[in-house]
Design a protein around this ligand. Structure first.
Ligand SMILES: Cc1ncc(COP(=O)(O)O)c(C=O)c1O
Length: 447
């Protein structure tokens, strides 16, 4: 690994007004900006050169660490060789190479890859493939999509329809018709301070039977769940839950989609969480870690039978009317190939698996600190629920995140009233200790 860049000042813009920052309280940010100018390995650097430990792998994406030399070199070389090739009716070699590499990592019969540019696009792509698949097989009445309460599947209309985070849905109209939701799997009463998958909750998968009884299986296309819900505060699937969902989907001819946008590429100690749970879905959505966050890319891995179902009709007609101008962009493919090489050469998925007990121990050491109501962890991921101040839900965690950045040189994420840590998979044991020591300090500071 290269050493950190020399501390140097970067120009700070003097007008922050024009940029509308996503999913961020803009006025508070612009009053006290958290600006990041450079990064290397486990650290960010502010414009004035202050090193900040990255506790969140960017946003669950820089799994190989920041600005890794082989990825940077691959992007540079590709930018010089091929800036762009049409994504429809033409293609470039690295798209095929990367699809084969991703398919080889995916479990079971998942062996075809459709590329897009983000997790949200991956989710909408998977939902559209599910609907179209049933159509081309002659079961066009299967149009219902089933998500889960507290699920996050990005911000497209498909994703927010099957998603279950109320703030992401409530201002955006009626959303997709014909969507239903499984109950969330989290219960503090039954699961507080569980390490890994909680023992309680597998029976909640049986709610799918209730939904099937209500609508009839012949109207249901697919169920989509995250193997571990991340954006809603780290909710690992209960033991046995996912295999139970699989069995019910099989019984009723319903497709099962795992949204692995954050659990893919090592976060839970395997290439995909499906492998950790020994459950093969029909489709997996991915993004983020495929390029270690360096170039936007997403995609869907589909089971062979799904791809094959479309391969019919006249040879000159596209089999699926879907795709993006930047599907399999050359820079993203080059970055993806270099990233997968790095994961393999450095054994980063295995590393995450090995570090999991150390990580869990460190996370649980925060139990007993003021306002800590629950701690959840699985793979290299932890969610720490804080008690809200009366009438100010989310403010304590927001303040903790802000103080951690400005005063303790740590990036931690605030999701509602939950502090979330998801470091790059290259994190050292010393850095794990440093991270949780800083989180402990900040929790005390916002008590
Ligand atoms: C499970 C899941 N699906 C989809 C998305 C959306 O990804 P993107 O922000 O790249 O559109 C996310 C983002 O965090 C996610 O966690």
């Amino acid at each position: 690994m290269a050493t950190a860049p020399a501390q140097q000042a970067t120009a700070v813009p003097n007008d922050l007004e024009a940029y509308w920052i996503p999913f961020t309280p803009n006025r508070a940010f612009k009053a006290a900006p958290r600006l990041i100018a450079r990064a290397k390995d486990m650290h960010y650097y502010t414009p004035e050169g202050r090193a900040v430990l990255d506790g969140t792998a960017g946003m669950w994406c820089t799994n190989a660490g920041h600005n890794r030399d082989p990825i940077v070199a691959a992007i540079r070389a590709e930018a010089a060789a091929l800036d762009y090739a049409p994504a429809f009716q033409f293609a470039h070699p690295k798209a095929f190479e990367l699809a084969s590499r991703v398919a080889a990592l995916a479990p079971g019969e998942l062996d075809h890859v459709f590329f897009c540019n983000s997790g949200s696009e991956a989710v909408d792509t998977a939902l559209k493939i599910a609907l179209a698949y049933h159509h081309v097989r002659g079961e066009a009445a299967r149009t219902r999509l089933i998500g889960r309460e507290r699920g996050y599947h990005g911000v497209g209309f498909g994703g927010i329809s099957v998603g279950g985070m109320v703030n992401n849905r409530k201002l955006f109209g009626a959303l997709l018709a014909g969507v239903d939701h499984l109950p969330a799997t989290y219960s503090r009463e039954h699961q507080a301070f569980s390490k890994g998958e909680p023992d309680w909750g597998a029976h909640l998968a049986d709610e799918l039977e209730r939904i099937v009884t209500l609508h009839d299986a012949s109207t249901i296309a697919a169920v989509i769940v995250e193997p571990m819900s991340g954006s809603t505060g780290v909710l690992p699937a209960p033991k046995g839950y996912l295999s139970r969902l699989r069995a019910i989907c099989d019984k009723h001819g319903i497709l099962l989609i795992f949204d692995e946008v954050i659990t893919g590429f090592g976060r839970l100690g395997h290439a995909f969480a499906a492998e950790r749970y020994g459950v093969n879905p029909d489709m997996i959505t991915f993004a983020k870690g495929i390029t270690s966050g360096s170039v936007p890319m997403g995609g869907v891995v589909v089971r062979k039978g799904i791809y094959d179902a479309f391969m019919r009709g006249p040879m000159h007609v596209a089999e699926l009317f879907h795709g993006y101008t930047y599907s399999a962009h050359p820079l993203a493919c080059a970055a993806g190939l270099a990233t997968l090489d790095l994961y393999r050469e450095e054994g980063l998925f295995e590393r995450a698996h090995k570090l999991e007990p150390v990580w869990a121990e460190a996370a649980m050491s925060l139990k007993g600190l003021p306002n800590v109501l629950d701690i959840r962890c699985v793979g290299l991921t932890a969610g720490i629920d804080l008690a809200s101040r009366p009438g100010e839900v989310g403010k304590r965690a927001y303040e903790a995140m802000d103080k951690a950045f400005h005063e303790l040189d740590l990036v931690v994420r605030a999701a509602g009233e939950t502090l979330v840590l998801t470091p790059p998979l290259i994190v050292s044991e010393r850095e794990i200790d440093e991270m949780f020591a800083k989180v402990a300090r900040v929790i005390k500071a916002v008590a």
